[in-house]
Design a protein around this ligand. Structure first.
Ligand code: NVA
Length: 270
């Protein structure tokens, strides 16, 4: 079963294989038919621009088709239990991409579906984002091993997956997040353990300046993620000083690139 729920479930070899085949597909001048006749269900409980479009375009270019099921179509856990959706969809489609509020719901979907389930963002993980980010970094710098990624901002789903991906492939991560907004401790432990094998240094720092210093890549994400709208005011307060701006960019390496998974809130986190 080839679910993709978290980068904690994959190996460096798996990620390298994915990056290699992504590079091959990107170079290919014509449509490939690897997924001819296959149907993908996109079960999205939260809004999406890039994830939805990239899956829809991607499966089309590989010869298959997607059906989008938004929050009004399936109200997971309200109108219908996750396990029933999983069993039903498995009889129609060949794969499920899921965007949801709880990681446990993606895991439950995978447990009860008989087709592969891909996590298209949960409260804890955004593995497809991290894979695309690794792909971009590799394109830009030709290698991942030994790069330094400085992350400034919320210790959220995007940072969790980025920590996992970078540590698997040997990229150092130095991250600064305010107290109370740290990435999951399980993820940090995983990243540190992977880092021992891949030689990636994973460092939690207090000051945003320390995260930016000497970085090849500077990364940030919104202060308030989807589903946290009620915390917006408190978050604006807590994240003051954690803005990725020109002052921090000057501390990074001269050829540093700035990355943001988007949507961006200019004047806040960037
Ligand atoms: N951390 C953001 C990422 C959006 C792609 C969120 O979960 O809303």
């Amino acid at each position: 079963m080839s679910d993709l729920l978290s980068l904690q479930d994959v190996t460096a070899g798996d990620v390298n294989r994915l990056l290699r085949s992504a590079a091959q597909l990107k170079r290919a001048p014509r449509l490939r038919r690897h997924l001819a006749g296959k149907m993908l269900a996109l079960v999205f409980q939260k809004p999406s621009t890039r994830t939805r479009v990239s899956f829809e375009v991607g499966i089309y270019q590989l010869g298959g088709q997607a059906t989008y099921l938004g929050p009004d179509d399936i109200q997971l856990g309200v109108r219908e239990e996750v396990r029933d959706v999983a069993r039903t969809l498995s009889r129609y489609v060949d794969g499920i991409v899921m965007r949801t509020f709880k990681q446990s719901q993606v895991e439950e979907m995978a447990q009860f579906a008989s087709v592969p389930v891909i996590n298209g963002l949960s409260d804890q993980e955004h593995p497809c984002q991290a894979l695309s980010d690794l792909f971009t970094m590799q394109e830009r710098f030709r290698k991942l091993s030994g790069l330094t990624v400085g992350y400034i901002g919320d210790g959220n789903n995007v940072l969790n997956s980025l920590l996992e991906g970078c540590s698997l492939l040997g990229a150092h991560v130095q991250f600064a997040a305010p107290n109370g907004y740290q990435p999951s401790s399980k993820t940090v432990r995983f990243a540190m353990l992977q880092g021992q094998r891949s030689r990636a240094r994973v460092r939690r720092v207090t000051e945003p300046e320390a995260a930016a210093r000497g970085a090849d890549v500077l990364y940030t994400d919104v202060w308030t993620s989807m589903g946290q709208e009620g915390e917006q005011r408190a978050r604006r307060q807590a994240f003051r000083g954690f803005q990725l701006n020109e002052r921090l960019l000057r501390l990074a390496k001269p050829r540093c690139v700035v990355m943001h998974c988007l949507p961006a809130h200019r004047g806040e986190e960037i």
